[in-house]
Design a protein around this ligand. Structure first.
Ligand SMILES: [Ca+2]
Ligand SMILES: [Ca+2]
Ligand SMILES: [Ca+2]
Length: 321
């Protein structure tokens, strides 16, 4: 009896290796494909035990997002693994849904990395989409996305396992609202993630509302279908406040007033030059202006002043020397 069991196990093992050789001869395995940051590729696992390989170059401190999803659900547990020099760094199996997986990982070294795609138990086949994103970075492989302008909704399309990247600049203190909605095609639940200039994830969902952001620089938005298996058109909107003045020069500087609870904050660009900040509690008649003595708090190219007075109202201006 014991001998019979052993023989059966050995026989199974031989069959498995044989399938592996077939897989190596197919068009989709063995060879290592390259993938450009931002790029969406499609591939197939056509044989049991098959693994597909994708290589890319990453930079230390970049955050890798690799999104894998099946177009038609034929296998549960599609698996994506991240390797460096033959060592597995991390993996994901069906962590988005039964037919989709995502890796999000900050790299510690600069160099060549490898993504490996296979079925979790090697006993199912599937067709898939795969997108690689590196943040921060240009992600030139993205077929859509781009610069998003406040209050100008953008329309784009999702492919299988697609991620579209959008970027915009924000200044410390800004309020940011992002909204995504489906406009055409079959599907539901488009999904957003927003990353700060340092690559930190700041929020996610179909509506994101960030008050008083803490970083000045390029913000990145990742847009995708929640599961990656539905393809449709969507509309993305950014609402940003306060907006920069539409036009200013050194003779006509501007102040921005914003709310960072519980305080009101006044902000102006350092490059405007030497100005004093002044305020008055009452604009009527001939107002008396009071100087707020420098130095002003300076951060990322802007001066900031926080109003901590108990006066119900204050008016501010910049006064040149
Ligand atoms: Ca499986
Ligand atoms: Ca894309
Ligand atoms: Ca969906």
């Amino acid at each position: 009896m014991a001998t019979s069991v052993t023989l059966r196990a050995m026989s199974k093992c031989v069959v498995f290796v044989w399938f592996g050789i077939i897989a190596a001869a197919s068009a989709y395995s063995a060879e290592t494909n390259s993938i450009v940051p931002g790029q969406n590729v499609s591939g197939r696992i056509t044989a049991f035990g098959q693994t597909n390989y994708y290589e890319f170059v990453g930079i230390a401190d970049q955050v890798v997002t690799a999104f894998l999803a099946e177009s038609d659900y034929t296998a549960n547990g599609p698996t994506i693994e991240l390797y460096r020099d033959g060592n597995q760094i991390t993996n994901a199996t069906g962590n988005v849904w039964d037919g989709g997986s995502v890796i999000e990982r900050r790299l510690t070294e600069t160099g060549t990395y490898q993504l490996r795609i296979h079925d979790d138990y090697g006993n199912q086949t599937f067709d898939y989409g795969l997108t690689l994103v590196l943040l921060p970075g240009d992600n030139p492989g993205d077929e859509s996305g781009g610069i998003i302008v406040p209050n100008q909704p953008m329309t784009n399309d999702f492919m299988v396992a697609d991620i579209d990247l959008f970027r915009f600049q924000a200044v410390t203190g800004d309020r940011l609202q992002l909204l995504i909605r489906l406009v055409d095609g079959g599907g539901a639940n488009p999904f957003l993630q927003i990353y700060g200039p340092d690559g930190e994830l700041l929020g996610s969902g179909d509506v994101i509302d960030l008050q008083c952001v803490s970083q000045t620089g390029d913000y990145l938005v990742l847009a995708r279908d929640d599961r990656g298996n539905e393809t449709y058109s969507y509309e993305l909107t950014l609402v940003q406040g306060p907006l920069p003045a539409p036009g200013w020069d050194f003779d006509h500087p501007y102040l921005s007033i914003l709310r960072c609870d519980p305080y009101t904050v006044i902000r102006w660009p350092v490059e405007i030059g030497p100005f004093d900040l002044e305020f008055t509690p009452n604009l009527s008649g001939s107002p008396t202006w009071f100087r707020i003595d420098p130095p002003y708090f300076q951060f990322s190219g802007y001066y900031y002043h926080t109003n901590i007075s108990s006066e119900p109202m204050r008016f501010y201006r910049l006064h040149s020397h």
